[in-house]
Write a protein that binds this ligand. Structure first.
Ligand SMILES: Nc1ncnc2c1ncn2[C@@H]1O[C@H](COP(=O)(O)OP(=O)(O)O)[C@@H](O)[C@H]1O
Ligand SMILES: [Mg+2]
Length: 472
C-alpha cells in the first residue's frame, strides 16, 4: 500500500480528478470538494451523491488492484487499473477514510499508512460513520472520501497558506478543464455539478466553441482495430477578436504556444492536452490550433494510458493520418495571422510600409507619414532616426525573403504580432500622440483607428484605451 504512493505523477488536480472519475462512474450528479488549509495541516474531503457501495463492495474497493485492467468495462466507466482511489489518495495523504451509503446502510473503511498493524483495514460502523460525515454526505446514497495526515499535499506541513491557496486555484482551473464536457451537460448523462470549497465550478471549454470567430473544422472519424477515434480540429480566434480576459483564460498559465495541439478525451474526460505527440513542433504559427481526439476506454492498451490518467501515447497506426491533418491545418492557422498585418494598399489607413514605383523600379519604404514614424522624425533625434530608417530599408534582405515566400510561405511569421506587442507600442507612443492631437482623446482615437497596426487589432486597442484612461 505504501508503494502506491509513488504510482503515477499526481498533482492535487490529477488526484482529485481520479476520485471524481469514480463519482461519475457511480452516476453522481453532485460532487462536493472541500480543501481546508487547517493551520497547515490540510484536510480534504470529496463527497458525492452517486450510487454508493455496499459494505462488501467498499472493503473490496479499498484493496489494492481491486479490478483487473484487462477486464472489459462498461463503456462509460472512467476507471481502469483498480488503483485510482488508493494511488490518488496516497499521492497526497497518509490516511484515507472512505464512508459510503447504499440502500440506507452506511459503512466505512480506512487505511492509515502510519498505523498498519498486522496489515488490517480499519472498519467503521454506522455510528462512527455518522460522527465523521460532513453535512453534504447524502442520507440515501453516496460516498465520501477523506484525506488526512496530508504530508505530500502540505509538503511535510511546511506549506504557507498562500501557496496552499495557489494550489487550490490551480486545481479548480484544471478540474474545470478536465471535466468541462460533464459540467456543460454535453455528455449523455445527467449534468454534473462540482462544488469546490462552496463554489460551483464553471466549465472551461479549451476550444471556446461559443465564440463566433472560432473555426470548428470537419470531424474525422477513424477506425482503429475495431474502435472509433474522432478527430475534431478547431482554429481559435485571433487575439484581436478576443477580450483580454478571454485571451488570458484561453492561453492559460503557459500561453497559447504551449497549449496548442491535441486534447485527448477518454470517455469525454480530458486526459492529456497541449501535445503534438512529437508529430510537429510547437510553433508560433500553429498556436491557434487545438484538436480534440476522442477515444473509448477499450483502447487503453493501445494508447498506453498511465495509472494517473495523465499521460498517453499516440498509437503508431494513427501517426501518418494525424500528421497529414496537422499539416493542412497549419496552413489555415497561418492564414488567420497573415491576413491581418502588413497590408499596404488600403487608401483609408496609414500603413507602416509603402510601395513606390518610379521609372519602372519598385521600392519598399517606411511610410514617413505614419504617425509613430513621423513622431520620431520630428523629434530632436529626427536626423538619426531618418538615417536608421534608410539603413533598414536599403538592407532589406530581399533575396532571402523571396526564397522564403516562394518555398515556405506557411512558416513566415513576420507580421504575427502579439497582444503584448500592441499594448507595449501603445504605452510607448500614446503620450506624445495625444499631445500632437492637442490633448483631444477623440481625435487621437480616430487617428489610431486609421493607423497600422492598430486598425486590424482594434478591439485590443479599444480595450487598452478604456482600461488605461485614454478613452474619450
Ligand atoms: N465514489 C464512489 N462511488 C461508488 N463506488 C466507488 C467510488 N469510488 C470507488 N468506488 C468503487 O471502488 C472501485 C475501485 O476504485 P478505484 O481504486 O478508483 O479503481 P477503478 O476506478 O479503476 O475501478 C471502483 O471500481 C468502484 O466500484
Ligand atoms: Mg477509479
Amino acid at each position: 500500500m505504501t508503494s502506491a504512493r509513488s504510482f503515477g505523477n499526481y498533482d492535487l488536480a490529477a488526484a482529485l480528478a481520479d476520485l471524481i472519475d469514480n463519482s461519475i462512474t457511480a452516476r453522481a450528479k453532485n460532487v462536493w470538494i472541500a480543501c481546508r488549509y487547517n493551520g497547515g495541516d490540510p484536510a480534504v474531503s470529496i463527497t458525492d451523491d452517486g450510487e454508493g457501495m455496499s459494505p462488501d463492495r467498499l472493503e473490496e474497493a479499498m484493496r489494492p488492484a481491486s479490478s483487473n485492467p484487462s477486464e472489459e468495462r462498461s463503456p462509460d466507466d472512467l476507471g481502469r487499473f483498480g488503483w485510482g482511489l488508493k494511488s490518488a489518495s496516497f499521492s497526497q495523504c497518509k490516511k484515507l477514510t472512505v464512508i459510503s451509503r447504499k440502500s440506507g446502510i452506511a459503512h466505512g473503511a480506512e487505511w492509515d499508512l502510519d498505523a498498519i498493524e498486522d496489515w488490517s483495514m480499519g472498519i467503521l460502523e454506522a455510528g462512527e460513520v455518522d460522527a465523521i460525515a460532513t453535512h453534504e454526505f447524502p442520507a440515501d446514497h453516496g460516498t465520501e472520501v477523506t484525506w488526512s495526515n496530508c504530508d505530500r499535499l502540505s509538503e511535510n506541513w511546511k506549506i504557507s497558506s498562500q501557496a496552499f491557496n495557489e494550489l487550490i486555484v490551480h486545481a479548480m482551473h484544471e478540474l474545470a478543464l478536465i471535466f468541462h464536457r460533464f459540467l456543460e451537460g454535453k455528455v449523455d448523462r445527467q449534468k454534473l455539478k462540482i462544488h469546490f470549497n462552496g463554489q460551483a465550478l464553471e466549465p472551461f471549454d479549451p476550444f471556446h466553441t461559443s465564440h463566433n470567430a472560432t473555426q470548428p473544422l470537419e470531424c474525422e472519424p477513424l477506425e482503429v482495430s475495431g474502435s472509433r477515434v474522432e478527430i475534431r480540429p478547431f482554429i481559435l480566434p485571433h487575439f484581436s477578436k478576443l477580450k483580454e480576459h478571454e485571451h488570458e483564460r484561453l492561453g492559460g498559465r503557459e500561453g497559447f504556444l504551449k497549449n496548442q495541439g491535441f486534447y485527448v478525451y477518454r470517455n469525454n474526460r480530458l486526459i492529456i492536452h497541449g501535445t503534438w505527440f512529437g508529430l510537429v513542433k510547437h510553433a508560433e504559427m500553429s498556436q491557434l490550433i487545438r484538436i480534440s481526439v476522442d477515444i473509448p476506454n477499450t483502447m487503453d492498451d493501445m494508447w498506453k494510458i498511465t495509472v494517473d490518467k495523465s499521460d498517453a501515447q499516440l498509437p503508431s497506426v494513427l501517426r501518418m493520418r494525424l500528421k497529414q491533418i496537422v499539416a493542412g491545418l497549419r496552413q489555415r492557422s497561418t492564414r488567420v495571422y497573415r491576413q491581418r498585418a502588413g497590408r499596404i494598399n488600403d487608401p483609408t489607413t496609414e500603413a507602416v510600409w509603402t510601395r513606390y514605383t518610379r521609372n519602372n523600379e519598385i521600392q519598399y519604404r517606411v511610410n514617413r507619414d505614419h504617425p509613430i514614424v513621423a513622431q520620431h522624425l520630428s523629434s530632436d533625434s529626427g536626423k538619426e532616426a531618418s538615417a536608421v530608417m534608410k539603413l533598414i530599408e536599403r538592407n532589406f534582405p530581399v533575396s532571402s525573403f523571396m526564397d522564403d515566400t516562394a518555398l515556405r510561405p506557411e512558416r513566415l511569421a513576420q507580421t504575427a504580432a502579439s497582444r503584448r506587442e500592441i499594448t507595449d507600442l501603445l504605452e510607448a507612443t500614446l503620450p506624445r500622440l495625444l499631445h500632437e492631437c492637442g490633448g483631444d482623446k477623440q481625435v487621437m482615437s480616430q487617428k489610431l483607428r486609421q493607423t497600422e497596426p492598430f486598425t486590424v487589432n482594434w478591439p485590443v486597442v479599444e480595450e487598452y484605451l478604456q482600461n488605461h484612461g485614454w478613452a474619450a
